[in-house]
Design a protein around this ligand. Structure first.
Ligand code: URA
Ligand code: SF4
Length: 215
């Protein structure tokens, strides 16, 4: 299916200016900022507290998240939980969200296969994330994967080059931002030792972010 660009006005006109996270969570259900709402079950907003000091940003909801309406509850979420535990972070104290709020997928028979959001989807959905950053005002953002990094930093970065340093979000808040791999990329590495190394690097990035909030 071809979706012409005029079907992507961007989310801004659906984003309420007042009412904080509660208003955002309600309003996102009606967003028509791009065409991804059409095939998804529902918009998946965030999990977590408005007073969180750390905000974690993923890519988009997966199959399980799309059905349940909650972020990071599937396989990538479990890997994330392992890493949070290894880094000594409590998921209940964080704010967890995604760069894109609707699940993009391809149908293959009865299965729905994850499809990476296009740049146009990331940019269309960005007003939601910008509003979340404004509402939560985290001390640090962790952008997990290239989609999150593009949304938070407003430009394309390579994970390998960006990780290990503290960057700044491109919105007015210029929030300190740590870029890292996406937790689902950790699941796809076939070699056991390489997978463990990648997991440890991910945990190190979470620790770096934790240090920023401790300063
Ligand atoms: N992957 C993501 O990026 N976000 C989720 O919520 C689940 C899987
Ligand atoms: Fe709106 Fe984002 Fe969903 Fe597109 S993906 S319809 S911009 S909430």
């Amino acid at each position: 299916m071809v979706h012409p660009i005029e079907q992507r006005p961007g989310a801004q006109q659906w984003v309420p200016e007042r009412g904080g996270l509660r208003a955002l969570r309600t309003a996102v259900a009606d967003c028509r900022g791009c065409e991804l709402w059409q095939d998804a079950t529902q918009a998946v907003f965030s999990e977590g507290r408005s007073d969180a000091r750390m905000m974690l940003v993923g890519e988009q909801p997966g199959d399980r998240e799309d059905i349940a309406g909650e972020p990071f509850i599937g396989p990538a979420g479990r890997r994330l939980d392992d890493a949070l535990e290894a880094a000594g972070l409590d998921r209940n104290r964080l704010y967890l969200t995604n760069a894109v709020k609707h699940f993009r997928f391809e149908r293959r028979g009865p299965r729905r296969i994850h499809d990476k959001p296009a740049v146009g989807h990331i940019d269309a959905c960005r007003p939601w994330l910008a509003a979340e950053i404004a509402a939560v005002a985290p001390e640090v953002i962790v952008a997990m994967g290239t989609t999150a990094a593009r949304s938070v930093l407003g430009r394309n970065v390579r994970i390998g080059e960006a990780r290990g340093t503290v960057l700044e979000s491109s919105d007015a808040s210029a929030t300190p931002t740590v870029v890292t791999a996406h937790p689902s990329s950790l699941l796809r590495i076939p070699d056991h030792a390489a997978r463990e190394t990648a997991f440890r690097a991910f945990v190190d990035d979470l620790r770096l972010a934790a240090e920023v909030t401790a300063e």
